[in-house]
Design a protein around this ligand. Structure first.
Ligand SMILES: [Fe+2]
Length: 255
């Protein structure tokens, strides 16, 4: 198996943010983030990069993303699938004695190998969907800007090349899973995918870093309108990406 440098220099870093969130992740990118959290923007960064244990309200109406995702899919996805992950996460938190007042969801994810499969599936499922809703907007600009665009162009040659690579990651993820844009331990932008409800924050994940943007390629995310045509769903999904939010996450991670 190919050696992952992040495995060999994994340092679990634990700190408390001003916002009262404890975060521990085996990634230098997160280390940088944590360092930045010691400055005056700590609370801001924590708010952008951390996710609570409870489902938060959808930031737009079910039909707001209609040009890419139909209202029925959004309603079922949010109120049934994502709600079920949040509920099962609460059960796992209770049965596995996780004190949600003293640790963060990110900390649980960073140590997910110590927990049950139920925790892995539902902590991941809840985190991934909370990120997914915030990463979308009915007024998406269609393209990143500022420092994020510069970094994307440096890393992937062009914005179109980046889109093609992330699209391919989503199209080729066998079965259910996610495609990601994330920041790795060298503070570089990377594209990858994970199975099921795994994500790059997990110590059990083959790809490691801080997620900036997640593409849900579970059939429940697109089947009503797109049936078996996952590539068509991905093509449309790009039109509703909230690049302002992705850029805020990137800035918070790189400090
Ligand atoms: Fe989903």
């Amino acid at each position: 198996m190919k050696s992952n440098p992040l495995h060999t220099r994994r340092n679990f870093i634990h700190t408390s943010l001003k916002a009262g969130v404890a975060l521990s992740v085996g990634s230098a990118a997160v280390s940088t983030f944590l360092t930045s959290c010691n400055n005056k923007s700590a609370a801001n960064n924590a708010a952008i990069l951390t996710t609570g244990f409870n489902q938060t309200p959808l930031p737009y109406a079910y039909n707001a993303l209609e040009k890419a995702i139909d209202a029925a899919t959004m309603e079922i996805h949010y109120s049934k699938h994502a709600a079920a992950y949040a509920k099962a996460l609460q059960e796992a938190v209770a049965s596995e004695s996780v004190d949600a007042t003293k640790t963060s969801l990110e900390n649980v994810l960073a140590n997910i190998s110590k927990y049950s499969t139920k925790m892995r599936n539902n902590a991941g499922g809840h985190y991934n969907h909370e990120l997914f809703w915030k990463s979308l907007s009915p007024t998406g600009s269609g393209k990143a800007g500022g420092k994020l665009l510069t970094a994307i162009e440096q890393q992937f040659n062009s914005f179109d090349s980046f889109k093609n690579q992330l699209t391919d990651a989503g199209k080729t993820r066998f079965g259910s899973g996610w495609a990601w844009l994330y920041v790795d331990g060298s503070k570089e932008l990377k594209i990858g995918s994970t199975p099921n409800q795994d994500n790059p924050l997990m110590d059990a994940s083959e790809i490691k870093g801080v997620p900036l943007l997640g593409l849900d390629v579970w059939e429940h995310a697109y089947y009503l309108r797109y049936q078996n045509k996952r590539p068509d769903y991905i093509d449309a999904w790009w039109s509703v990406v909230n690049w302002d939010y992705v850029a805020e996450r990137y800035q918070a991670v790189i400090g």
